[in-house]
Design a protein around this ligand. Structure first.
Ligand SMILES: CC(C)(COP(=O)(O)OP(=O)(O)OC[C@H]1O[C@@H](n2cnc3c(N)ncnc32)[C@H](O)[C@@H]1OP(=O)(O)O)[C@@H](O)C(=O)NCCC(=O)NCCS
Length: 137
């Protein structure tokens, strides 16, 4: 199992999303989004890409997106390692005396996976609910 940074390509991205039943975005949007990623991780086993994760953000606020482990390879610690690599990237980028916030939207039922990695469910005592608006054309 090999973990590679910043080499996530369009084909692997689409295949992995489809492997877990997620809809795709348009090709143009996807290619732009991949270029604009701050940091990506892929996991390669026997020349096949079996996992990915992606980080977007501006140096203060970061969002984790597209955490996918191909179904045949789930429950082997791969997802955990991908997210930990992303957290480590943000940790290194955060200056002494600074502060970074990493957000994400968990799929329904996947909250425990992220809680084990140190994420807190919102709302909680200091935060209201996460909110989202989707634009479709
Ligand atoms: C969610 C997902 C990324 C987890 O990846 P994975 O490689 O199977 O997870 P890991 O094996 O690294 O599991 C890490 C820990 O989280 C737990 N976990 C994994 N999937 C879980 C789930 N669906 N519900 C609750 N806990 C889960 C594991 O039991 C493990 O706990 P442990 O360390 O105490 O043993 C993977 O199931 C997946 O790709 N699912 C489809 C896409 C998806 O939902 N992505 C997340 C979007 S928010």
């Amino acid at each position: 199992m090999e973990y590679k940074e910043n080499v996530l390509c369009y084909e692997d991205y689409c295949e992995l999303r489809e492997s877990v039943g997620w809809l795709l975005f348009s090709k143009e949007q996807t290619q732009k989004a991949l270029i604009n990623s701050l940091y990506t991780v892929i996991v390669v086993k026997d020349s096949q890409t079996v996992g990915m994760g992606r980080l977007i953000g501006d140096g203060m606020y970061y969002t984790i997106v597209d955490i996918v482990v191909q179904p045949n390879y789930q429950k082997q610690g791969i997802g955990n390692k991908i997210v930990n690599m992303i957290i480590e990237f943000v940790d290194k980028e955060t200056p002494i005396g600074g502060r970074s916030s990493i957000q994400l939207i968990a799929e329904k039922g996947k909250e425990t996976f992220y809680e084990k990695l140190g994420f807190k469910i919102i709302p909680h005592e200091f935060c209201g609910s996460g909110m989202r608006k989707v634009i479709r054309k």
